[in-house]
Design a protein around this ligand. Structure first.
Ligand code: HMG
Ligand code: MG
Length: 296
């Protein structure tokens, strides 16, 4: 296992995109600023997607313009097309994430496009990002199963990851969108992708619907992955993925990593405080077991 793991905190995006109640822009800004003070190196701040599709993040520009960007911290945002890219660049975004899936059925529901159409849509975005010096991350969703299609062939996951990498994404995040995977399958999936895309360019992104996320992460760490996506307080889920629940909680991942002797650079107490603060904003208890335990 690697001695250092980078956490990509996706709570402000994957988390808040799925909340029924709208979170105030000022609270989103405060959340990101608090996360910036925990030692996190990557915080996915918001999405420049269609506000008709994801009204929760319609204030993306205001949020991004409102945060205090800490030197050395990356603040990627989701961008589905050139329109999103332009909106993001207007407020000074320096890193974006494009997103597609290994399942045709999910892609149609989520971005109204086939896999190949989505890749074609990204091509001009990638070209502009390259010219502008903007870093691009890529997501592959439904890598361990799809809510509409069921099984997703490994070959499809590998192909989409390979194409995103070949297009210029510096890192590919492999998403178990509905949290259906188990450790053996997660390990086999990562191994298959790593045969085509360097392990150093891969990240794992687990939702915890079936309570398997930490076990899946451990299996992937043993396989050599060194980047893990997670969301403070375990918020999250894709509104277009039937049955998807929260991301694995960042606090729980950091606790496990530190216990394994793996460095993250993150102050766990501060992170857990932030998780409890955010949960109280949302009117519930923190979704992180570690967050609860540390409060006692
Ligand atoms: P569409 O309806 O096919 O596209 O949506 P369109 O081009 O016809 O646009 C429809 C309207 O949206 C138009 O407005 C556009 O101008 C506008 P109108 O003319 O009707 O007034 N529009 C935009 N507005 C602002 N910013 C934009 C933008 N683009 C179009 N960027 C589209 C296609 C891709 C836009 C839409 O399907 C969409 O936004 N989907 C996003 C869905 C989403 O955000 N899902 C959650 C994120 S993915 C996820 O959570 C998984 C992940 O976490 C990994 C994992 O867990 O697996 C990443
Ligand atoms: Mg997700």
């Amino acid at each position: 296992m690697n001695g250092h793991v980078r956490i990509v905190e996706v709570g402000p995006r994957d988390g808040l995109q799925n909340e029924k109640t709208l979170v105030a822009t000022a609270d989103k800004v405060e959340l990101i600023d608090r996360l910036s003070a925990t030692g996190l190196q990557s915080i996915e701040a918001t999405s420049f997607v269609s506000p008709k599709w994801v009204p929760q993040l319609a204030d993306a520009a205001e949020v991004f313009a409102g945060i205090t960007r800490k030197p050395g911290v990356h603040y990627p945002v989701l961008v589905p097309n050139e329109k999103g890219y332009e909106r993001a660049r207007e407020v000074g975004v320096e890193e974006i994430a494009v997103f597609t899936a290994a399942s045709e059925a999910f892609n149609q529901k989520n971005i109204n496009a086939s896999i190949d159409e989505s890749l074609a849509r990204f091509a001009p975005v990638m070209a502009r990002a390259k010219a502008d010096g903007v870093r691009v991350r890529g997501y592959v969703s439904t890598v361990l199963g799809c809510p509409y299609q069921g099984e997703v062939p490994l070959a499809d996951v590998v192909r989409v990851a390979r194409e995103l990498h070949a297009m210029g994404c510096y890192e590919i995040s492999l998403g178990d969108t509905i949290g259906i995977g188990t450790p053996g399958k997660a390990r086999a999936m990562l191994k298959a992708v790593a045969a085509d895309v360097p392990m150093a360019a891969l990240a794992v992104h687990f939702h915890d619907t079936y309570g398997q996320a930490l076990s899946n992460i451990l299996a992937c760490l043993e396989e050599g992955v060194a980047v893990v996506d997670s969301a403070v307080s375990g918020v999250g889920g894709c509104p277009y993925a039937k049955g998807a629940s929260g991301n694995v909680a960042s606090e729980d991942v950091v606790y496990m990593l530190h216990g394994l002797g793996i460095a993250t650079g993150i102050d766990l107490d501060r992170l857990a405080d932030t998780g409890r603060w955010m949960a109280s904003l949302l009117g519930r208890e923190t979704g992180s077991k570690v967050g609860k335990a540390l409060a006692v």
